[in-house]
Design a protein. Structure first.
Ligand SMILES: Cc1ncc(COP(=O)(O)O)c(C=O)c1O
Length: 388
């Protein structure tokens, strides 16, 4: 038969383990896996401002038409001002951050080069997306294991040796999986090398508002913009608008020569046309309604509340780990930003946590801080210490 030889693909690094978590019948099990925000009751909840926006917008929608290939202009302008401080950068609506990375990847593979450099530790899907977009995917040093922080020296030394016009992926804020971001002075050094080596940065911006706040999380991108550099941004509204399944995102292309916008737009639209023709409307309408209307301050304060809960859980987790007085110093986790942190555990320790205690994290030791609450903090901290 025709499909007899189809091999089974390996399970996804994140969603694969989720199946094992769901099948685990132990009541004390803890899910620190998928990058979804959860409240103190460990529920994934839609933000109230989004529920309200939905009820205000959708009843009146009777669209029986396609959106333009590069999506709603209102949406792109609204998200553009969130990212850049003004909405005057060319952008295309995309199917989540993943879709934006894929469209941007195809555009760069077509126009700029066939190799992309991603951090040595990165969101596992980066490699798959860019390979399928036609790239050879290489890595650059990112994480300093002894100090548990961004490896500024290793990264800069590597970037300095790259061929001109190399494409480099950066996480704009809240690095996934390590939680370690460059400090602003390090971003300034990166921007200098980008200029000198004429590199092309591609920022993945999936967690705006969950690190240090909406404005501060955009600081690296704003710096590159003010330096007059050219770059791309793949934006996701999945986490900061709790719009995971609505698939809302955008791709932005920053160029120094504004007159190129029409040509660039024409290429992006051509790629979109062949991938999914045009994006879906409803999710983008909801986000636009929030950003441009009177629900904006409510949304901002809900996002702030989420950010503060992550921060509080991070602090309490470290306090509990440190109270156990092991030789491991966990204080570096306090410097991490956003939803994730890397805990330096061996793969077999991670497996032990999963098998013996029902504590699920990725094999590389990445935890989602949002999976912690006041009820499970002690349980998780105690058993991490036990396996160490
Ligand atoms: C770093 C990073 N980029 C992009 C994405 C993709 O987001 P989306 O769900 O909007 O496709 C994620 C999602 O987990 C992510 O962690």
């Amino acid at each position: 038969m025709i499909f007899d030889n189809v091999p089974e693909a390996p399970p996804d690094a994140v969603f694969g383990l989720l199946g094992a978590f769901s099948a685990d019948s132990r009541p004390q099990k803890v899910n620190l896996l998928v990058g979804i925000y959860k409240n103190e009751q460990l529920q994934n909840e839609m933000m109230p401002s989004v529920i309200e926006a939905k009820s205000q917008v959708l009843p009146d929608v009777s669209l029986a038409d396609y959106l333009p290939m590069d999506g709603s202009r209102d949406f792109v302008e609204a998200v553009g001002s969130l990212v850049f401080g003004d909405g005057n950068v060319y952008g295309a609506q995309a199917i989540g951050g993943t879709g934006a990375l894929r469209i941007g990847g195809e555009f760069l593979a077509q126009e700029v080069g066939k190799t992309i450099y991603i951090p040595e530790f990165s969101w596992p899907n980066h490699r798959s997306i860019f390979e399928r977009a036609g790239f050879c995917v290489e890595t650059y040093p990112y994480y300093e294991r002894t100090r548990h922080e961004f490896d500024a020296n290793g990264c800069l030394a590597f970037l300095e040796k790259l061929p001109k016009r190399s494409i480099v992926l950066f996480h704009a804020a809240c690095h996934n999986p390590t939680g370690c971001d460059p400090q602003m002075k390090e971003w300034a050094q990166i921007a200098r090398v980008v200029r000198e080596r004429q590199l092309l940065p591609f920022f993945d911006f999936a967690y705006q508002g969950l690190g240090d706040g909406l404005e501060k999380d955009a600081a690296a991108i704003r710096l590159f913009l003010s330096e007059g550099l050219e770059f791309l941004v793949a934006y996701s509204c999945s986490k900061n608008f709790s719009m995971y399944c609505q698939r809302v995102g955008a791709l932005f292309v920053v160029t120094r020569n504004g007159s190129l916008k029409t040509k660039i737009a024409s290429q992006i639209k051509r790629i979109v046309r062949a991938e999914f023709s045009n994006p879906p409307a409803h999710g983008a309408m909801i986000v636009t309604h929030i950003l441009k209307g009177n629900l904006r301050s409510q949304w901002e304060s809900e996002l702030e509340k989420m950010r503060k809960r992550l921060h509080q859980m991070r602090c309490e987790f470290v306090r509990r780990l440190m109270a156990k007085k092991t030789s491991t110093d966990f204080r570096s986790l306090l410097e991490h930003k956003g939803m994730f942190s890397f805990i330096d555990l061996e793969k077999q320790q991670v497996q032990q946590l999963r098998e013996k205690f029902g504590i699920y994290m990725l094999d590389n030791g990445r935890i989602n801080i949002a999976g912690l609450n006041h009820k499970n903090l002690d349980y998780v901290a105690d058993h991490i210490i036990q396996v160490i």
